[in-house]
Design a protein around this ligand. Structure first.
Ligand code: CMP
Ligand code: MG
Length: 414
């Protein structure tokens, strides 16, 4: 890192920067007065006189454009320097939509300050080097803008997805590996977006989480998952399915803030006629950062008779401490390890370590991403309890899941 001064002193009348300069920092006024000015037709136009604790020079940094006006010390000034990165890094981290709005406001203010004709003149005047530099900077901004707009559009579509019946639950069986029986199903959300077809949660759940949409959509998922299991249970009566199959429902960290979560789940469960032990809630290590709230939430789930599964295990940043502290009933090994475990020694070692960990903690393990018989065989010999993956079945709609098992029943009767 370059060593940069944090304060700079300017004498009365001294220019801090001129309109059109390329800026590399912003300032806050520790002491003194600063004039913001424009030179037009050899006349000085004062736009503002700024005093202690005010900031200036932020527009060029955030808008990635030359200085919109000049700045001059009116009195002896001590100015604190805000490095470019201090603002630009924050903009990168900010919600993309908020960042977009700030950029739009700054562009409007610029036009307001220097006028459209002056802006056009400035564009013509900038030398080649500068033009090239602005072009490079501008393309990234356009990309960011596209991304932010995409998010806003998706959010608008998602708001109507439930009223328009575009959401659907697909079920994927979870198999008890040694007996080969279906122990339960993971309920997986699918969005039937009329514009782009079937959309998977990894491309829309983060938008739901950033907005409050995760709450209504999450509640809908609770209902649809309970209803789905009830329908399967009613129509599939098979020795290959456990007497009391479970449904495993993915819960996002944001849903821990939904005060009505458990009431909604209890209503959904009882109206579907399911027992509490048929509900499994899948959480990820991310919720551990919520500390006490997460612990209380988990205890409440247990109190109501549900079980908890730790999803995507091995991919997060959690410490083993949580395994001892948190009332977990299942651990799910992330599919990335299982899918690679036959080609890559490292993945095999990790999968085995997780199975052993589960055994030592007395927590059954579910392996995700089983794609062929060799994966299943290996996991059985390690002592892994449950498995899920394309080898057994792809996720399917409730109707297809029912048909699938009725088919199997016919086949085994023939
Ligand atoms: P920037 O464009 O980086 O450089 C000039 C600065 O002057 C600008 O950021 C703002 O901080 C400030 N500025 C521009 N227009 C006004 C205004 N109308 N009133 C107060 N400050 C302004
Ligand atoms: Mg899951």
């Amino acid at each position: 890192m370059v060593n940069v001064p944090t304060y700079k002193v300017y004498e009365p009348g001294e220019i801090i920067f001129n309109e059109g300069d390329i800026g590399d920092c912003s300032f806050f006024i520790e002491e003194g007065q600063v004039e913001i000015f424009l030179d037009r037709d050899d006349k000085n136009h004062t736009l503002a006189v700024l005093g202690e604790n005010e900031i200036f020079g932020e527009m060029a940094i955030i808008g990635k454009l030359p200085r919109s006006a000049g700045a001059r010390a009116l009195t002896r000034c001590s100015l604190g320097i805000i490095q470019k990165e201090q603002l630009s890094d924050r903009m990168k981290e900010a919600d993309p939509v908020i960042a977009m709005i700030i950029r739009v406001l700054i562009q409007r203010l610029r036009r307001e300050v220097i006028g459209p004709q002056a802006e056009d003149r400035r564009k013509k005047q900038t030398n080649e080097d500068e033009k090239r530099r602005l072009k490079v900077i501008r393309t990234t901004t356009a990309e960011e803008e596209k991304y932010a707009l995409g998010k806003i559009k998706m959010e608008a579509l998602l708001r109507n997805a439930i009223p328009n019946n575009e959401m659907e639950m697909h079920f994927q069986p979870i198999i008890h590996l040694r007996s080969g029986r279906v122990a339960g199903f993971e309920a997986l959300l699918r969005w039937n977006n009329p514009a782009s077809g079937l959309v998977y949660p990894d491309s829309f759940i983060n938008v739901c989480e950033e907005t409050n949409l995760i709450i209504p959509i999450g509640r809908w998922v609770l209902e649809a998952s309970c209803q789905g299991l009830a329908r399967i249970q009613k129509r599939v009566n098979l020795s290959s399915v456990a007497a009391l199959p479970f449904v495993s429902i993915n819960v996002s960290g944001r849903q821990l803030h939904d005060e009505g979560f458990f009431d909604c789940l209890e209503r959904a469960r009882t109206s579907a006629g399911l027992k509490p032990q048929q509900i499994k809630l899948e959480i990820t290590e991310q919720i551990f950062v919520q500390g006490q709230r997460a612990l209380e939430w988990a205890e409440k789930a247990h109190f109501l008779g549900y079980t908890l599964a730790l999803d995507d295990f091995g991919t997060g940043y959690s410490s083993f401490q949580y395994l001892g502290m948190f009332p977990l009933d299942f651990i799910k090994i992330d599919k990335s390890f299982i899918m690679k475990m036959l080609e890559e020694e490292k993945s095999l070692v990790i999968a085995r370590a997780i199975v052993n960990l589960g055994q030592n903690f007395n927590i059954p393990v579910i392996a995700e991403g089983i794609e062929d018989a060799a994966h299943a065989q290996n996991l059985i010999s390690m002592g892994c309890d449950y498995g899920q993956g394309f080898y057994f079945s792809k996720p399917a709609s409730i109707e297809d899941t029912i048909k699938n098992y009725q088919q199997k029943k016919k086949q085994s009767a023939a």
